[in-house]
Design a protein around this ligand. Structure first.
Ligand SMILES: [Zn+2]
Length: 118
Protein backbone atom coordinates (compact mmCIF):
# COMPACT_ATOMS: atom_id res chain seq x y z
CA UNK A 1 0.00 0.00 0.00
CA UNK A 2 1.40 3.33 -1.05
CA UNK A 3 1.20 6.41 1.16
CA UNK A 4 -0.62 9.10 -0.78
CA UNK A 5 0.56 12.30 0.85
CA UNK A 6 -1.64 14.63 -1.20
CA UNK A 7 -4.79 12.67 -0.49
CA UNK A 8 -3.98 12.41 3.21
CA UNK A 9 -3.25 16.12 3.35
CA UNK A 10 -6.60 16.87 1.72
CA UNK A 11 -8.35 14.58 4.19
CA UNK A 12 -6.59 16.27 7.11
CA UNK A 13 -7.62 19.68 5.77
CA UNK A 14 -11.25 18.61 5.44
CA UNK A 15 -11.26 16.89 8.82
CA UNK A 16 -9.71 19.96 10.46
CA UNK A 17 -12.26 22.17 8.74
CA UNK A 18 -15.04 19.94 9.97
CA UNK A 19 -13.72 20.07 13.55
CA UNK A 20 -13.54 23.87 13.35
CA UNK A 21 -17.10 24.14 12.03
CA UNK A 22 -18.32 21.63 14.63
CA UNK A 23 -16.72 23.73 17.38
CA UNK A 24 -18.35 26.90 16.02
CA UNK A 25 -21.70 25.09 15.77
CA UNK A 26 -21.53 23.89 19.37
CA UNK A 27 -20.26 27.27 20.62
CA UNK A 28 -23.07 29.30 19.01
CA UNK A 29 -25.85 26.72 19.23
CA UNK A 30 -27.64 28.55 22.06
CA UNK A 31 -27.27 31.91 20.31
CA UNK A 32 -29.33 30.56 17.42
CA UNK A 33 -31.87 29.18 19.90
CA UNK A 34 -32.29 32.69 21.30
CA UNK A 35 -32.39 34.18 17.82
CA UNK A 36 -34.98 31.82 16.36
CA UNK A 37 -37.24 31.44 19.40
CA UNK A 38 -36.58 34.79 21.12
CA UNK A 39 -36.58 32.75 24.32
CA UNK A 40 -33.78 34.52 26.17
CA UNK A 41 -31.04 31.97 25.49
CA UNK A 42 -27.58 33.48 25.14
CA UNK A 43 -24.04 32.33 24.51
CA UNK A 44 -22.63 29.66 26.81
CA UNK A 45 -20.32 32.29 28.31
CA UNK A 46 -23.11 34.89 28.79
CA UNK A 47 -25.56 32.92 30.89
CA UNK A 48 -26.60 30.17 28.43
CA UNK A 49 -30.23 29.16 29.14
CA UNK A 50 -30.52 30.86 32.54
CA UNK A 51 -32.71 33.60 31.03
CA UNK A 52 -34.68 31.23 28.77
CA UNK A 53 -38.44 31.43 29.04
CA UNK A 54 -38.57 27.82 30.25
CA UNK A 55 -37.87 29.27 33.71
CA UNK A 56 -40.97 31.50 33.63
CA UNK A 57 -44.52 30.42 34.37
CA UNK A 58 -47.46 31.50 32.22
CA UNK A 59 -45.55 31.87 28.92
CA UNK A 60 -44.90 29.48 26.08
CA UNK A 61 -41.72 27.56 26.65
CA UNK A 62 -38.87 27.41 24.15
CA UNK A 63 -39.39 24.12 22.28
CA UNK A 64 -35.66 23.57 21.78
CA UNK A 65 -34.80 23.98 25.46
CA UNK A 66 -37.72 21.72 26.39
CA UNK A 67 -36.23 18.83 24.39
CA UNK A 68 -34.75 15.96 26.37
CA UNK A 69 -30.97 15.64 26.06
CA UNK A 70 -30.97 12.85 23.46
CA UNK A 71 -33.32 14.79 21.16
CA UNK A 72 -31.27 17.93 21.62
CA UNK A 73 -28.16 15.97 20.65
CA UNK A 74 -29.98 14.60 17.59
CA UNK A 75 -30.75 18.22 16.65
CA UNK A 76 -27.01 19.04 16.71
CA UNK A 77 -25.95 15.77 15.07
CA UNK A 78 -28.20 16.53 12.09
CA UNK A 79 -26.45 19.88 11.61
CA UNK A 80 -23.00 18.28 11.97
CA UNK A 81 -23.95 15.52 9.53
CA UNK A 82 -24.95 18.08 6.91
CA UNK A 83 -21.72 20.01 7.49
CA UNK A 84 -19.58 16.87 7.28
CA UNK A 85 -21.27 15.76 4.09
CA UNK A 86 -20.80 19.15 2.45
CA UNK A 87 -17.15 19.44 3.52
CA UNK A 88 -16.47 15.95 2.19
CA UNK A 89 -17.76 17.11 -1.20
CA UNK A 90 -15.65 20.28 -1.00
CA UNK A 91 -18.57 22.67 -0.52
CA UNK A 92 -16.99 24.81 2.18
CA UNK A 93 -19.30 27.81 1.91
CA UNK A 94 -22.41 25.66 2.04
CA UNK A 95 -20.96 23.79 5.01
CA UNK A 96 -20.59 27.10 6.86
CA UNK A 97 -24.10 28.20 5.85
CA UNK A 98 -25.50 24.80 6.87
CA UNK A 99 -25.37 25.75 10.57
CA UNK A 100 -27.86 28.63 10.52
CA UNK A 101 -29.77 27.09 7.61
CA UNK A 102 -30.28 23.55 8.95
CA UNK A 103 -30.76 24.83 12.50
CA UNK A 104 -33.31 27.32 11.17
CA UNK A 105 -35.23 24.62 9.32
CA UNK A 106 -35.15 22.38 12.38
CA UNK A 107 -36.26 25.26 14.62
CA UNK A 108 -39.03 26.16 12.20
CA UNK A 109 -40.27 22.56 12.11
CA UNK A 110 -40.00 22.15 15.88
CA UNK A 111 -41.65 25.50 16.67
CA UNK A 112 -44.44 24.82 14.24
CA UNK A 113 -44.94 21.25 15.52
CA UNK A 114 -45.09 22.40 19.15
CA UNK A 115 -47.27 25.43 18.29
CA UNK A 116 -44.72 27.86 19.74
CA UNK A 117 -45.77 30.79 17.55
CA UNK A 118 -49.49 29.96 17.53
ZN1 LIG B 1 -34.18 28.55 24.62
Amino acid sequence: MQFDFLQNRQFALKFGGFLLLAAITCAFYLDLCGLYFQCGCRSWWAGAATQCNIHHAGVKHCPLCMLPLHESLAFIVLILTAQGHLIRRGRWLWAAIAFPLVAGLEALALGWYRGYWA
